[in-house]
Design a protein around this ligand. Structure first.
Ligand SMILES: [Zn+2]
Length: 80
């Protein structure tokens, strides 16, 4: 049985923490906008950097942002 999706498949942000309006059941409002994924590449490292910069620009402290960026490797989208 599949568990209900409660966090973004791309960045692992819990939907309960999503301040925006989600367009997709699978992705948060940051990752998925205007009908498509904001980052369409397949480079985990690059995506982590994009997320890190984004979290920092939202005022998150560097340690927290680094941790969340590191966690992204466990998101379903990046599983090999
Ligand atoms: Zn996301």
């Amino acid at each position: 049985m599949e568990k209900p999706c409660t966090s973004c498949e791309s960045c692992l942000m819990p939907f309960s923490k999503d301040p925006g309006v989600r367009e997709s059941d699978r992705y948060c409002s940051y990752c998925f906008k205007n009908g498509k994924l904001c980052y369409e590449g397949h480079d985990l490292k690059e995506f982590q950097k994009v997320c890190y910069e984004s979290m920092r620009s939202h005022g998150m402290n560097p340690f927290k942002a680094k941790f969340f960026a590191w966690m992204i490797r466990f998101a379903p989208r990046w599983k090999k």
